[in-house]
Design a protein around this ligand. Structure first.
Ligand SMILES: [Zn+2]
Length: 165
């Protein structure tokens, strides 16, 4: 489990082992093309649990330095997962760099997706995978329509005291 503080520093977003397993499988090693998919969550007391990261679709366009999601396939997936009780919370994609940083294009597109999407929370999660092991090889950010804020990982100590209180 990997957890991050939401910008309010009260609530958290958790990634389940199942979601992390899919994300790890698409880290770009050697000459793999960029990959991407969507993130689906359950919400509990203001916290988000990312239950599932979906895989790239056949209709997506992938290259070493680019990933373009097929919008129709993505929209169909959102409806399908909603039937399973999972809410669309954001997107993920990979970069061919050890510690990933959002590009100018990533920032512009997360803002535009945020504005167009119907959201169950007032923000949109942006996950970028690098080639290093997690957590240094993963960027987790939250787009609020104004900026993309990098989220801070929850330390083990904070995690333990969080569960007690
Ligand atoms: Zn990117």
């Amino acid at each position: 489990m990997l957890s991050y503080w939401l910008p309010d520093r009260v609530h958290q977003v958790h990634f389940t082992p199942e979601a992390l397993h899919t994300l790890t499988a698409f880290q770009q090693v050697s000459n793999d093309p960029e990959a991407g998919g969507q993130l689906f969550a359950r919400f509990c007391n203001g916290n988000a649990m990312v239950m599932k990261a979906t895989s790239p679709k056949a209709a997506d366009r992938r290259s070493k330095f680019g990933f373009r999601q097929n919008k129709t396939a993505a929209q169909a997936e959102i409806l399908e997962e909603y039937e399973n009780g999972l809410h669309f919370i954001g997107d993920w994609h990979s970069h061919p760099e050890p510690t990933p940083h959002p590009s100018g294009l990533d920032r512009a597109s997360s803002r535009s997706v945020f504005k167009k999407s119907k959201k169950d929370i007032g923000a949109f999660l942006v996950v970028i995978l690098g080639t290093s092991p997690f957590p240094s090889g993963i960027f987790v950010g939250m787009e609020d329509g104004d900026k993309l804020v990098e989220l801070t990982p929850v330390t083990r100590q904070q995690h333990d005291s969080y569960l007690i209180t």
